[in-house]
Design a protein around this ligand. Sequence first.
Ligand code: GRF
Length: 215
Amino acid sequence: MGNVDRDFALISPNISLVDVPLPRRAKLGILASGSGSNYGAIAAAIEAGELNADIPVLICNKPRAKVLERAAKFGTKTQLLNHREFDSREALDEAILACFREHGVEWVIMAGWMRIVTDVLLKGYENRILNIHPSILPSFKGIRAIEQALAAQVKVTGCSVHFASLEVDSGEIVMQAAVPIAPNDTAETLHARIQAQEHRIFPTAIALAIRDSEQ
Ligand code: GRF
């Protein structure tokens, strides 16, 4: 890529955690299905004293997901709710809602949650559910967003933190990072660079959404 910095990313709004201090410790309930690197970035920001929050519980739907090991390292309590053991999406969301309420969760953070949320959760936490998606929304919604961007031969993609809504990857956008695509990028190399930006914007976007909701 010549002189172009492969790690360049444009973030908007151009702020970081120090710009959005929270006056009160927010209680975050995490939903995660995978490796949990985004959860890790949020937990690290809390541990560093940069994000004024607690994670009373993390819910995972996959018994062998790596996020469970990460949660153990940070000392976050976990609850396994295997979607296969529920008759419907609504029944799973009822169980999620009950668990989060029991733990006093105020905000729901979907950090790589690979399930479609229903009205049950959306109504239970109205305007208090955030999701991260690996594209500049509204482009490349749904699964395999990175492969979609490569197939479309766009030159820039990235990630978005947005409010969850009934329509997948469609709620109000809180923060985005734009990541240039290199000519030799594969889904893996591009995903790694997008994830670096996800880890940067997610904790800040959480603080921003909480602050804005309380103003
Ligand atoms: C992220 O790339 C996120 O955008 C997508 O799922 C991935 C989760 O990664 N929704 P991790 O489990 O946080 O490492």
